[in-house]
Design a protein around this ligand. Sequence first.
Ligand SMILES: Cc1cc2nc3c(=O)[nH]c(=O)nc-3n(C[C@H](O)[C@H](O)[C@H](O)COP(=O)(O)OP(=O)(O)OC[C@H]3O[C@@H](n4cnc5c(N)ncnc54)[C@H](O)[C@@H]3O)c2cc1C
Length: 453
Amino acid sequence: MSKLRVAVVGAGPAGIYASDILRKEAEGRHEVSIDLFDRLPAPYGLVRYGVAPDHPRIKGVVNALRDVLDNGGIRVFGNVDFGRDITIEDLRERYHAVIFATGAMHDAPLDIPGIEAEGSYGAADFVNWYDGHPDVPREWPLDAEHVAVVGNGNVALDVARVLAKQADDMLPTEIPENVYRGLGDSKVTDVHVFGRRGPLQVKFTPLELRELGEVPDTDMVVYEEDFDRDPAADEESKRNKQLLVISRIFGKWRAADAPTGASRRIHLHFWSRPHEVLADERGRVRALRVERTEPDGSGGVRGTGEMRDYEIGQLYRAVGYFGSPLEQVPYDPERGVIPNDGGRVVDAGGEQLPGMYATGWIKRGPVGLIGHTKSDAKETIEHLLAGEETWWRPSIEDENEILGLLEERRVRFTDLEGWHNLDSHEISLGEPHERERIKVVDRDEMLRISRED
Ligand SMILES: Cc1cc2nc3c(=O)[nH]c(=O)nc-3n(C[C@H](O)[C@H](O)[C@H](O)COP(=O)(O)OP(=O)(O)OC[C@H]3O[C@@H](n4cnc5c(N)ncnc54)[C@H](O)[C@@H]3O)c2cc1C
């Protein structure tokens, strides 16, 4: 049986599922060894640094991912950045193929005047902060009473919910100390969520919407003028189970007597397309100007020319994540993905590049839930296993040689045992406070705990 050595770059769900499927599918055909690299000392990608801390239902996924790593057969290399610590040449010399599963970490742009004003942020930056990502600043100034969130997807609702929650509501979660303090100092009273389409053309799911209404001491405010404007969409929604639930949730809020005197409010504004961010004389966000929209008769919206200004002191754009380019790997700057054909990386002319594969968000763009990365990985692995004639021919046979290379380059890499060390440490930090864990944020500290040095 021939040996197949594969490097997987990115230990998010896509990389972990791909490793698992590869291990299983190769059985009986190849003896396989898999090295899984991540630039962070902790695995799980956006499951750890994207999913909101008050979403414990995701725990099942974390357990499944952990089981894959603990099952053996996959070597984990944390704190190894592809492009900086290892290159495509290094991989070509040591592996038959590489699977890129580098996901997305940054925000898609929102191209409106004034968006660069001080106090205008990408949702991903805020998410990275509240999820304790090691590479972002520790302080987040929640110094405005009225804030805007632009977008109508699940991330927009995550951000709105976290902005509306009191620090103590978040305390049972795994948020680090600096985030608890930051939320405790928050001046936010009103969170305004803006969507350019109607209330029944949203991208968020009923579950996320319902959760918004469950934030303690917070009123949901919807505006009657935004409803019953699009009879075609209303009719369509009756045939769509998700929209039916969404419609019922809105119905409850429309009928409720708000405000009830709660200390915070979440306002949902529909048919409102961001037009311009207005700044004060110091360049700080002071208002968001939106253009009212209306149904265009074919499922979309068109501008009405009516502008409205909302006084706000901060703005969060939640209009999607965007994948980043990797050194010496093809990249599609329009879509923020590695161009590929069913997971086989292709060059500008559409020709398949030997030995290179992609999966997850960097393969098909930043849409879809964790579960989707599994079916996605299956397709990529099928193509990898069928493409033996295109695999690289590595010149270095010794599987442990990569350890020497990283050491020679003074990369403070971590392994699976290192992750177990950090994992247990975080759990032990939470124990005295009856919390499941408290995240360690500082990269050096993460490394010190993982590597016991
Ligand atoms: C804010 C937010 C909330 C979400 N909430 C949910 C939810 O509640 N439920 C749900 O099902 N889905 C949720 N999702 C979607 C889910 O997170 C994604 O579907 C999934 O994480 C995509 O997996 P991935 O492995 O492709 O990418 P990622 O999860 O982004 O993983 C990519 C990994 O690659 C690593 N990497 C990147 N570049 C390099 C490099 N140069 N060298 C080495 N390593 C690198 C990264 O460090 C990361 O660990 C959410 C997404 C976001 C953004």
